[in-house]
Design a protein around this ligand. Structure first.
Ligand code: FPP
Length: 248
């Protein structure tokens, strides 16, 4: 955790940006308008994280299950992602953001895969906010690809099974060397993890809000951060041990 204006800030925030469709429906607009407004909200949150010096932000932009949505919605989301990559990358780079994409990217079009690769390469040397965009991502997919990699290493003799430990599993996952999220935010009222970062959220503080994603503004972020600052994170210890460790 980092200190900002006297209270604890999360080092890493993970977000499920839910509620774009309902936001649009309530305005009698097509769902696509909700996703466009969702992109504006994502840009706003990224800027806020840059300004506050948050280390990492992981946004769930498209889950492995989202491919099951009606084809026109999937198509328009892909168009939105492509435009967003092209229009946002210069500004992100200027702000020293390091971009990474996590998920089964081979399922995306060649043009989108190229856009992802180029954005990662362009921003690889930046030392500001690490921005992970989860696209075609699923927590089970992540664990499965880690298992495949580790089993491969064991079969080839580079890994001794009895020596496999938690840090090695963490490193084989998509977020690899990043610290686990301190704060998880889900907008839109549902209280589920929905196959997001299953391993990495083990000790994360989980914050759920009714606010629909396009309405997630500075005040909504402030509410989430103040809620987080009041949590006592024990990691399996007793409240007394935790207080002693905090004051050490
Ligand atoms: C969930 O709302 C949102 C999505 C599946 C897409 C998320 C995409 C964006 C926010 C825009 C792009 C952002 C980035 C960072 C590239 P929903 O459609 O499930 O809403 P509903 O539950 O109200 O139907």
């Amino acid at each position: 955790m980092t200190k900002d204006e006297g209270f604890s800030l999360p080092r890493h925030i993970a977000v499920i940006m839910d509620g774009n469709g309902r936001w649009a429906q309530r305005r009698l607009l097509p769902r696509q308008a909700g996703h466009r407004a969702g992109l504006t909200a994502a840009r706003r949150l990224i800027e806020a994280c840059v300004q506050r010096g948050i280390g990492a932000l992981t946004l769930f932009a498209f889950s492995s299950e989202n491919w099951r949505r009606p084809q026109p919605e999937v198509g328009s989301l892909m168009g939105l992602f492509m435009n967003a990559l092209e229009s946002e990358i210069a500004e992100l780079h200027k702000n020293k953001v390091r971009m990474r994409f996590i998920g089964a990217r081979e399922q995306f079009s060649a043009a989108l895969q190229q856009g992802m690769r180029e954005s990662e390469e362009l921003t690889a040397g930046n030392n500001g906010l690490v921005l992970n965009i989860a696209a075609g991502y699923g927590g089970r997919w992540d664990l499965l690809q880690a298992a495949r990699r580790l089993v491969g290493e064991a079969v080839s003799g580079r890994l001794r099974v009895e020596e496999l430990d938690e840090p090695q599993v963490s490193h084989a996952l998509a977020l690899a060397e990043l610290p686990d999220p301190d704060l998880f935010i889900r907008t839109g009222g549902e209280q589920r993890i929905s196959n997001f970062l299953l391993w990495n959220l083990a000790y994360t503080e989980l914050y759920f809000t009714e606010v629909l994603w396009p309405d997630f503004d500075a005040a909504a972020l402030e509410a989430a951060l103040s809620w987080f600052a009041q949590r006592q994170r024990r990691f399996g210890r007793t409240p007394e041990q935790t207080r002693d460790a905090d004051h050490a």
